[in-house]
Design a protein around this ligand. Structure first.
Ligand code: SF4
Length: 302
């Protein structure tokens, strides 16, 4: 007990949503705050309906990459999470839910691929039957596009899924939203994706947040469709979820539908429109932590 960290975090807040999405705020040993979101979903396959419990997991306190739509990046990076803190979210959220979590998306606070030294050992434990025993195809890592890390991940033995946050079809549009584009251009990112797919023989997903007047025009839809066709990638369209302190807005429903139709014309890939759950509980990453921090201005978050 003296030498081992049995409980790397305590829960300080849980918000439940009308659609039963739940958001957890965890306090770490050094008083840093992180979030995880529990998302129940029913999955139908050939008439059989199975219930799935997904946890959106954080990998860092804050984030260095400063994507303009994201609350997690507003304060910059504080530190990487340890392997225990990554696993702790899954174990403690599962205990709270009273059910086994069987699907993981690493799309919470932080850039997962910027913390591979802690994340890969966590994945080994998550995948192991002696650990959490969650299957590789039920684990998705999402990246803003760290090209060298995508190539490093392509060597990881388990067939985990990869999602790329694209959010812009060309450099000018993407750099308005994601400063990382100044380090790795859209073309460099697409080439890294091709290498990942070649190495893994596995489909990837392109994530695309739709922001009114920023990246929702039909030219961008055309480019997105072309990139997806080139990679044979699935596409996930996510209408923007407003963030306190940021001015961007969600496009109109008509614009969202027109964008989706244009993407579908350009690419044979499957296009899904993900209406995010948990709108009423600050479900965009980093929002609950931000609100808690603003509520307790005297707390030291540095
Ligand atoms: S979207 Fe992800 S990579 Fe971008 S700032 Fe937020 S946490 Fe970081």
């Amino acid at each position: 007990m003296e030498h081992y960290d049995l409980l790397p975090m305590t829960q300080i807040q849980v918000q439940g949503s009308k659609d039963t999405t739940q958001k957890f705020l965890w306090n770490l040993r050094d008083q840093q705050l992180i979030e995880s979101v529990l998302i129940p979903a029913s999955q139908g396959t050939k008439g059989v309906r199975a219930s799935r419990l997904t946890l959106c997991v954080s990998t860092q306190v804050g984030c260095a990459l400063g994507c303009k739509f994201c609350a997690s990046g507003l304060d910059g990076l504080k530190r990487n999470l340890s392997t225990g803190e990554i696993l702790g979210q899954i174990i403690l959220a599962g205990k709270q839910a009273g059910k086994r979590i069987d699907n993981l998306v690493f799309m919470g606070m932080g850039e997962p691929l910027a913390n591979l030294p802690a994340l890969l050992p966590a994945l080994d434990i998550i995948l192991s039957p002696k650990g959490l025993g969650i299957g590789a195809r039920h684990i998705t890592l999402s990246t803003s596009g760290l090209v060298p890390k995508i190539l490093e991940l392509s060597k990881y033995p388990a067939q985990i899924r990869l999602a790329i946050s694209l959010h812009g079809g060309d450099n000018d549009t993407r750099r308005k939203i994601m400063p990382i584009n100044d380090r790795y251009s859209v073309e460099e990112l697409l080439i890294a994706c091709e290498q990942f797919i070649e190495e893994r023989k596995k489909m990837i997903t392109l994530e695309y947040i739709l922001i009114k007047g920023i990246n929702d025009d039909l030219k961008q839809a055309e480019l997105l469709g072309k990139h997806a066709k080139r990679l044979n990638a699935k596409i996930n369209l996510i209408p923007y979820n407003s963030v306190d302190g940021l001015e961007w807005e969600r496009p109109s429903k008509d614009q969202i539908i027109a964008f989706k139709q244009k993407v579908e014309m350009e690419s044979p890939s499957r296009v899904t429109l993900r209406m995010e759950k948990g709108h009423d509980i600050d479900a965009a990453c980093g929002q609950l932590r931000l609100r808690e921090k603003n509520r307790n201005p005297k707390d030291d978050f540095e």
